[in-house]
Design a binder for this molecule. Structure first.
Ligand SMILES: *Cc1c(COP(=O)(O)O)cnc(C)c1O
Length: 223
């Protein structure tokens, strides 16, 4: 995409977030899958502070080229056997959805002497096909991770089902916010990662403090 359009999209999104986000607490993460590092770095130079990849191989291919002024997060489905490649490279993993995955992240982080920040992914639509912990199991799941010394659960992430009727987003994001409040109310820094290009305005209204945007900034993708 040409640089002027990128910049226009980015500024439009910032303005929209600013209009809805009364408390000025929302962080914008760029979902950078399929995008080239030239475009990504162009936006980092213009103030983007968080970028997220959702495939390990792609992250590794692009890693040396990212402008390191932005924090790199992992936002996609993570296979256990690939954890070892990213622990030294990312500052937050958004998508922890099983005990075994958490255990592996703990193990690999211990090896490199790091405490890895993670989010627990909630399957708020209770969809068979989707990853994530079921809403009712969240509290027990978070408790089950307490013994891992090298991971720190700093919040929750969700991918809502795509809603034809946009008002349905209030239901999914509202429920996620409730669970978030019940578990993290004692931590003002806790992260609630929810909202994508289609849905971020609703997510922010419901209390999201980190939105993950791809196509709203980079334009439509093929995958
Ligand atoms: C691609 C992706 C996004 C952003 O999707 P858009 O609809 O392009 O904004 C957000 N979160 C995850 C986990 C993604 O893989």
């Amino acid at each position: 995409m040409d640089k002027q359009s990128l910049l226009d999209n980015y500024e439009k999104v910032l303005k929209r977030i600013d209009e809805i986000d009364k408390e000025k607490k929302v962080k914008l993460l760029l979902a950078t899958k399929t995008q080239n590092t030239e475009d990504i770095n162009f936006l980092i130079e213009r103030g983007v502070k968080y970028i997220g990849e959702n495939r390990v191989n792609e992250l590794l291919d692009k890693y040396d080229s990212y402008n390191k002024n932005a924090e790199l997060h992992f936002i996609g489905t993570l296979q256990k056997n690939k954890v070892k490649y990213i622990c030294d490279k990312v500052s937050l993993i958004h998508s922890v959805d099983s005990y075994d995955l958490a255990k592996e992240i703990n193990k690999q982080s211990l090896k490199i002497g790091k405490i890895m920040n993670i989010l627990v992914e909630i399957n708020i639509g209770r969809e068979e096909s989707k990853s994530g912990i079921m809403p009712d199991d969240t509290e027990n799941f978070v408790k089950s991770l307490k013994d891992f010394q090298n991971i720190k659960v700093v919040g929750l992430m969700t991918m809502a089902p795509r809603c034809e009727n946009k008002n349905d987003y209030y239901k999914y994001f509202g429920e996620t916010k409730k669970i978030f409040d019940s578990l993290f109310s004692d931590n003002p820094e806790a992260i609630l990662s929810m909202g994508m290009s289609e849905s971020y305005e609703y997510a922010i209204e419901c209390g999201s403090n980190m939105v993950r945007l791809g196509s709203a900034v980079f334009g439509e993708r093929n995958r």
